[in-house]
Structures are given as structure tokens and as C-alpha cells.
Design a protein around this ligand. Structure first.
Ligand SMILES: Cc1cc2nc3c(=O)[nH]c(=O)nc-3n(C[C@H](O)[C@H](O)[C@H](O)COP(=O)(O)OP(=O)(O)OC[C@H]3O[C@@H](n4cnc5c(N)ncnc54)[C@H](O)[C@@H]3O)c2cc1C
Length: 531
């Protein structure tokens, strides 16, 4: 360690308390390890307790020219976990800053610090404000809400577009100054927490997917619990049915019949979330042989694609939308079901007699649906994390941590226009590229807005199998390149792709670099992150 780094660490300890500067080797190794073969040496993990301590850390970093990489909970699995963009950085872990600063029930918002997790806010609301819902991701309940916003993350309810639901960011700049966005910078502004743009240039976007500042507080809008909630599940018999289905969804979305996300999962995606790779049946080979996949689909009574969505509103609104969805989806689907709390209670009541007569348990079938059902209601769960263990030979442990357990997971997240023909292209590319490297095409899509689709292709593997780390990165690189060739670019990238291949040249890149040099003259904050 250089003497400057040594001095910086002593100053960090003075600023945040020695107990909050972590330098032991296993902790640093964990902090610098992703769910794929990408790691960086982390100098220390520094855990400030409030905004002033963050400012002091930034001043120290400038004084000693030490790089800071902020994370809120550092569980950005599939995109790099907490691994910084450069070697030798100090990981500024904001997990201790986990206060819910304000909860306004009338206007349905919470002002939170970056360490607040989705599980924490969910439990707080359940206990004190049951009329309000959060929007959760399928990742762990221990994931932060702010870190997810910083990556433009998405969820499952009508509030799924997370960036669209925040305002009044408090940001520590790389110089140590602190600003607030929207009206929040004006003392006494009454609409500070309810109107994101304020007046003049809107600054929020500058701090998302960038290295322009450290967000130390923001306001998150919450969803009033609807009078009625109904989940809709459907599946499609064959791949070819995806295209007309997507076109039907677009019509419903654009015309306002559907006002919430629609989720689509291919067969491999569903299987990876309900079971593990059938090593025995596949006789140890990869990727999954077609006949084994077909047999598994018969066992689980599956189609080629499965879909889910939530309906939210009054009794009348939900009833009307269900009727319109039925009319539109029926000719296209293999199965179409609606599920609500009443049906679930009934299934539990009838479980024993039904099992005796028909030999199958409705509750057992429901249990596979429940995590997804809960997510449609903003209930965080860690059950989807088991999909990261798809290729592992051991069962997922009760407390899952894909990074620690050497699960291989790389996400590729192209955005497509909401047209069946485009999704056919994206699916075609993924189903050609992944098997060529020995992986299953695990594909899901979330239709969060009216005109575009968030696609996710997972490269899932076991990091303990020799050679898989290398194949997975090559596979990901080819997938990204093939998608880009066809005009499909990711909305979010992993640390291994930073700075992004596309957009490194030209006037836009020059403008961003000028901004970065201006706000961060010593380049101490997350260098290379998305720029
Ligand atoms: C099975 C599975 C399912 C998943 N499902 C989803 C899903 O449904 N939706 C989804 O969006 N993601 C999903 N993910 C991906 C990921 O786990 C989540 O997005 C998670 O919320 C990100 O981790 P985090 O909240 O700990 O963010 P962090 O790791 O804390 O932050 C992410 C990045 O944002 C920046 N950052 C963080 N905090 C700040 C700050 N305060 N100021 C400035 N910059 C900051 C940093 O560069 C950091 O690297 C899933 C992952 C898995 C394995």
C-alpha cells in the first residue's frame, strides 16, 4: 500500500470511526468479486453513517487522490455485484445510512436513505401504513431501493419503472458539495417531494448510471393499495405464438386496458426458477438436451412461454379489464387463469380433499406461483434468487448469496420496441448464441411501458466448473455484439462492459467527458462507470 493510501485510510477511520473501515482480506475479496470472472482489488470498505461523513470521505479522496466507488447494498448480482469499475478503489458502502426519514400517507411517498432495503420499507409499511405498497424487484429483500434506482431497475407493479417514481435527490458531488434536485433545493418549497423536475434543467437523470455524484437521500413515490387485485397467468403452446401475443399486449397497453407490466418467461427461464439443472437425466451434458427439456415441460405441464400480470383498481375496473383481456388473449393462449387472495384461501381449504380425489395438491401447485404472485403486489421475496443456482450441483442454501456460493450469472438486458417481430429477432439471437457456448437460452421480458420491452437473457452456470467462467464471458460478449448488430442495445450494463462499447466516441461522449471533468476534476468517483 502506498503511503498516500495509508494516510487516506487513517483519515477515513477518523471520519467514520475505525470500526467502519474494513480492511480484512476475506471481506475485501468478497467485495471485489462478481457472479462471473471479473474482480478488482478493493483497498478498503468504508461505511459512512450520514451525509456529512460521506462529504468528509469525498474530501479525503480528493486530498489523497483515492478512488471512491459508492454502493447502497452492493447486491447488483449479474451486473458486477459490488465490484468497482477500477482497481484499488475504496468501496463506499452506504448500508449504514438506512433511515426512513419521512413517510407521507396522504401523498403516498417515503423519503429514504440509500441503505434502506426493499424488505425494510415493505415491513415498515405493512406494520404502520398498510394502505401503501412498494414496488419490489425479484432480487433479494436485502437489496437497496436507491441502488436499484441508480441502475434504472424495474419491478412488477404499475410503479415498476423505478426512476419514474423518485424525486428530490440529495447528492454529494465529487467535490464534496451537496445539491438537491427538483424543488428540493429551495427552502420551504411545498412541492419538493411530489414534483420531480422543479424548474429549469432536470438534474435527476445526470446522477443515474453515471459517476457524477453520490445519492444520500431521495423521495420514493408509493402505490396506494388498490381496492381489488387480480393476477392473470397464461401460457403459450409454442414459440411462434409469442409474436401475435406481444402484438395483442401492445394494443391493450397502448389503449390503456393494461396499465401495469406484463411478464413473459420462456420455458428455460421458468424451469430455472422452479428446479435445478437435471444433471442425471441430461447424463451430465450441457446445454439441456431437447428431449430432456420436453420431458420436463410435460412433467410441469408447461408451454413454450409463460406470462403473468396484475390487475389493480376498483371491482368494476378489474372486472372490465379481465373481460377485455380474456377476449384478446383467449384465441392465442394454451391456458389462461386468474388468481386472487380469495381463490388462494379456497385452494388451501380444499387441498386435502382434492389431493385425496385427484392425487395432486392445488397448494403445491400454487406454491410455485406464490413468489411471482407476491411480486405483483410489491412483496419482496428471495425465492427467485434460486434461479442463480440452476447449474449448481448442490441445493440452494436457506440464506442464498449467489456471489458467495460461486453461482455463475451474467445478465444481458436489451431493450426492444414492443412489436412481436422485434422480440422474435431478440429471441432468435439468444437461442442461437447461448447453446453454441453450452448454455440454455434463459429469456424473460418485462413490458413496463407502452412502447418498449425490457428483455433479460441470463447466462447461468457454475463457477466451480473449469472453463465455464471463460465460456460465459465469451458468450455474453458475442450475445451483446449480435444484438447490437441488429440494433438492440442494453438499458443497463455490467462492470465488465464499462465503459460501454457503444457511445464512447462522438459529440455526446465528448459532452459527457466535459461534464465529468468539470464535476469531478480529480476523477475520484467511479471512473469509467457508464462513461
Ligand atoms: C435472481 C435475480 C433477480 C433479479 N431481479 C431484478 C429485478 O426484478 N429488477 C431489477 O432491476 N434487478 C434485478 N436483479 C439485479 C439486482 O440484484 C438488483 O437490481 C439490485 O437491486 C441491485 O443491487 P443493489 O440494490 O444492492 O444496488 P447497488 O449494488 O448498491 O448499486 C448498484 C450500482 O449503482 C451505483 N450506486 C449505488 N448506490 C449509489 C448511490 N447512493 N449513489 C450513487 N451511485 C450509487 C453503484 O455504481 C452501484 O454499483 C436481479 C438479480 C438476481 C440475481
Amino acid at each position: 500500500m502506498t503511503s498516500a493510501a495509508d494516510s487516506a485510510l487513517r483519515c477515513f477511520a477518523d471520519a467514520v470511526g475505525a470500526a467502519h473501515v474494513v480492511t480484512d482480506r476475506p471481506a475485501l475479496e468478497a467485495a471485489g468479486t462478481a457472479t462471473f470472472a471479473w474482480s478488482q482489488r478493493v483497498l478498503a470498505v468504508v461505511r459512512p453513517g450520514d451525509r456529512r461523513e460521506v462529504q468528509e470521505c469525498v474530501r479525503i479522496a480528493n486530498r489523497y487522490r483515492v478512488t471512491l466507488y459508492p454502493v447502497s447494498s452492493g447486491r447488483n448480482w449479474g451486473f458486477g455485484s459490488s465490484v468497482p469499475t477500477t482497481d484499488g478503489a475504496v468501496l463506499l458502502h452506504l448500508g449504514r445510512m438506512n433511515r426512513i426519514l419521512e413517510l407521507n400517507e396522504t401523498l403516498a411517498y417515503a423519503t429514504i436513505e440509500p441503505g434502506v432495503t426493499q424488505g425494510q420499507l415493505f415491513e415498515h409499511l405493512r406494520e404502520h401504513h398498510p394502505g401503501l405498497w412498494i414496488d419490489a424487484t425479484a432480487s433479494s429483500p436485502d437489496c437497496s431501493l436507491v441502488g436499484n434506482v441508480m441502475e434504472r431497475g424495474i419491478g412488477f407493479t404499475p410503479y415498476a419503472d423505478h426512476v419514474a417514481q423518485v424525486c428530490a435527490l440529495e447528492v454529494v458531488l465529487p467535490t464534496g458539495q451537496c445539491i438537491e434536485t427538483g424543488f428540493a433545493h429551495i427552502p420551504g418549497a411545498k412541492a419538493a417531494r411530489v414534483f420531480s423536475s422543479g424548474v429549469g434543467p432536470q438534474l435527476d437523470g445526470l446522477f443515474i448510471q453515471s459517476g457524477f455524484g453520490i445519492v444520500t437521500r431521495l423521495t420514493l413515490w408509493l402505490m396506494p393499495a388498490p381496492r381489488r387485485f387480480l393476477a392473470c397467468y397464461f401460457n403459450l403452446a409454442k414459440d411462434g405464438d409469442l409474436e401475435p401475443m406481444v402484438d395483442a399486449i401492445r394494443v391493450l397497453r397502448l389503449h390503456g386496458t393494461l396499465r401495469s407490466p406484463v411478464n413473459l418467461y420462456n420455458d428455460c427461464s421458468v424451469l430455472s426458477s422452479i428446479c435445478q439443472y437435471p444433471w442425471g437425466e441430461a447424463a451430465g451434458t450441457t446445454p439441456l438436451p431437447g428431449e430432456v427439456l420436453d420431458a420436463m415441460k410435460r412433467t410441469w405441464d408447461m408451454g413454450a412461454w409463460h406470462g403473468s400480470l396484475g390487475l389493480y383498481g376498483t371491482d368494476t375496473e378489474v372486472r372490465q379489464r379481465r373481460r377485455l383481456i380474456r377476449r384478446s388473449f383467449r384465441p392465442l393462449v394454451r391456458r389462461l387463469n386468474f388468481l386472487d387472495d380469495r381463490k388462494i384461501r379456497l385452494a388451501r381449504l380444499l387441498d386435502a380433499p382434492y389431493r385425496t380425489v385427484r392425487g395432486v395438491s392445488p397448494v403445491a401447485l400454487l406454491e410455485h406461483t406464490m413468489p411471482g404472485y407476491g411480486l405483483l403486489k410489491g412483496i419482496p421475496t428471495d425465492q427467485a434468487l434460486s434461479s442463480a443456482y440452476w447449474r449448481k450441483k448442490e441445493r440452494p442454501p436457506p440464506a442464498m448469496d449467489p456471489g458467495r456460493d460461486r453461482c455463475g450469472q451474467i445478465w444481458c438486458t436489451p431493450i426492444s420496441p414492443l412489436e412481436g417481430r422485434h422480440l422474435r429477432s431478440v429471441v432468435g439471437i439468444a437461442t442461437r448464441v447461448l447453446p453454441a457456448y453450452g448454455f440454455e437460452p434463459i429469456i424473460s421480458m418485462r413490458i413496463v411501458t407502452e412502447r418498449a420491452v425490457h428483455c433479460t437473457v441470463a447466462v447461468a452456470y457454475d463457477r466451480d466448473v473449469t472453463g465455464q467462467d471463460e465460456s460465459a464471458l465469451l458468450c455474453y460478449a458475442e450475445l451483446l455484439a449480435r444484438l447490437a448488430e441488429s440494433g438492440y442495445y442494453p438499458y443497463r450494463i455490467g462492470v465488465q462492459s464499462m465503459p460501454p462499447l457503444h457511445g464512447a466516441e462522438g459529440d455526446r461522449a465528448c459532452f459527457l467527458r466535459t461534464l465529468k471533468q468539470t464535476v469531478d476534476p480529480n476523477n475520484i468517483l467511479a471512473p469509467g462507470r457508464y462513461l
